[in-house]
Write a new protein. Structure first.
Length: 70
């Protein structure tokens, strides 16, 4: 076998790495989607808990949602 031709032959290890990269990209996309859903759900939940809005007569520690302005 000519050594120059060996450089152009696809190596099985390269295809394995390409397959792993594609699998990792798929997993990363799935995790990103899940994280987005969790963040949206958390925002919705905090809006529901914040019945008083920003003008609560109670200290922020009692309102159940962290005060973002502090």
């Amino acid at each position: 076998m000519d050594p120059q031709n060996a450089l152009f032959q696809p190596q099985p290890d390269i295809w394995h790495v390409v397959g792993e990269l594609q699998r990792l990209q798929t997993i990363q996309t799935e995790h990103s989607d899940r994280l987005s859903r969790v963040e949206r759900r958390q925002e919705d939940t905090s809006r529901i808990k914040s019945v008083w809005g920003g003008s609560s007569p109670f200290p922020s520690i009692l309102s159940g949602t962290p005060n973002q302005g502090i």
